[in-house]
Design a protein around this ligand. Structure first.
Ligand code: EPU
Length: 418
């Protein structure tokens, strides 16, 4: 297991390029199961989760080839079985994204139930209720959920809570169902829109993605397509915070600023300068940071995937802030580690009360999930002394070469094998 060693206190400066979005690439890889023809995806990031998903698709019998560093071709013409095993689902909950496509195309899927994880319970009841409405029979057996339907039929589904992968799963299933499906209270995340774009390129008929109402007219078959994954907005936001927390000046290139408005707004409130073009964001400022409160929400609200990173920033801002997590039940695993670095944070229920301190001090830390790990790296970059972040595999699940990109901005960070 690798560790990152960070000598903090250096303002980051320069340009950095972000990769394709993990949370768009994963459902788009799952969409390849809807056809026997080739799906070519560009700008696929080289991440732990992408590798795991390739493993899952190969396990199912799909062929996956990496054409070049950023491009993969997937062909699901030899699917031999429809089961996502516990070993894979346990390490990556997004594995549940194969459920909808498998039932829609092969009439059957068996997927291990995800169970809980470091950020709280991750139920899939909303995915299952929607599949049942589309005519699937759903049963539970030995920790697995099995869904069967000779042919799914279109339905009117109002999600009893917004779910990103739930919306994606059902959108994929509905693309091959008989008749019209209307999803109400659907997730509006840009990754949902990007998936709908790919599906439409494959011959689906989807309207309204990006709004709470999505209409999908089922078609009898889908065909091959080529698509470029949207830029990763969480990676972008993480580099924006890296600039702010070190009092630096960083331009993030190849991103889509329109996907980060809530983050940009909050960062501006802290006192840093944020300048945008169509495809880049520059964050600069070496003055004192102001404490700013945030509440996480589904898109277009402040993303839960940026909460931990923003908390690291608030831990050295002047004054107090309240950070409220409304999406996941238990996404404060970074708090105790930040406290070990000198932060003053108290959690009461779903709110973290942060009282900014003048400086953090480096310490050995580790986190149990991806974004919590990112927040510790950010805190390390701003700290006095040396921070060692263990369990880097969490970071590798969602950030491509994070230490190399940070080194490019002048950070003193290295990876060592534990
Ligand atoms: N929920 C249910 N029942 C369901 C589904 C969800 O109660 O059937 C609840 C969840 O427990 C949670 C809330 O609904 O409290 C939202 O969960 P959602 O289903 O939207 O999350 P997800 O689809 O499992 C995706 C991202 C997460 C991101 C969340 C929220 C992917 C692969 N994952 O997860 O990304 O935090 O949406 O935006 O798209 C990450 O990248 O670090 C990450 C965790």
């Amino acid at each position: 297991m690798d560790r990152l060693i960070i000598r903090g206190g250096i303002p980051l400066r320069g340009r950095v390029e972000v990769g394709g979005a993990k949370n768009a690439a994963l459902p788009e890889m799952a969409a390849s199961l809807l056809t026997g023809e080739s799906i070519r995806l560009h700008r696929v990031p080289q991440l732990g989760d992408v590798k795991t998903f390739i493993g899952l698709l190969s396990h199912l019998g799909a062929s996956v080839e990496r054409d070049d560093r950023e491009t993969i071709s997937l062909r699901a013409d030899g699917i031999g079985q429809c089961e996502a095993p516990y070993q894979l689902v346990r390490t990556m909950r997004a594995s549940v994204l194969v459920l909808g496509p498998l039932v829609a195309r092969f009439g059957r899927a068996r997927v291990s139930l995800p169970g809980g994880c470091a950020i709280g319970p991750r139920p899939i009841n909303l995915h299952l209720a929607a599949l049942e409405k589309m005519g699937a029979t759903v049963s539970l057996d030995a920790g697995y959920v099995e869904a069967k339907a000779p042919r799914l039929r279109g339905a009117r589904i109002t999600f009893d809570g917004q779910t990103v992968t739930g919306t994606e799963n059902i959108m994929m299933a509905a693309a091959l169902a008989d008749g019209m499906t209307v999803l109400e209270n659907a997730a509006c995340e840009p990754e949902v829109v990007d998936l709908a774009e790919l599906l439409n390129r494959m011959g689906a008929s989807i309207e309204g993605a990006g709004t709470p109402t999505i209409s999908i007219e089922g078609v009898s078959h889908l065909h091959g397509a080529e698509h470029e994954v949207i830029p990763d907005r969480v990676e972008t936001g993480t580099f924006m915070v890296a600039a702010a927390i070190t009092g630096g000046d960083v331009t993030v290139n190849r991103c889509l600023p329109g996907h980060l408005e809530a983050i940009t707004e909050k960062l501006r409130e802290t006192g840093v300068v944020v300048e945008e073009t169509d495809c880049s964001i520059r964050v600069s400022g070496d003055g004192p940071l102001r404490g700013v409160s945030v509440r996480t929400h589904p898109y277009p609200g402040f993303a839960t995937d940026m909460q931990a990173q923003f908390m690291a920033l608030m831990s050295i801002a002047q004054g107090s802030s309240v950070i409220t997590e409304t999406v996941f039940e238990n996404r404060f695993m970074h708090v105790n580690e930040l406290v070990r670095m000198g932060a003053d944070i108290k959690v009461i229920g779903t709110a973290a009360f942060v009282h900014g301190v003048p400086v953090l001090s480096g310490a050995p830390v580790m986190a149990t999930d991806l974004r919590a790990s990112a927040s510790l790296v950010l805190a390390g970059l701003a700290s006095q002394g040396i921070t060692t972040v263990s369990r880097v595999y969490h970071l590798d699940r969602g950030y491509e070469s994070i230490e190399r990109k940070l080194q490019g901005l002048g950070a003193d960070i290295e990876r060592v094998a534990e």
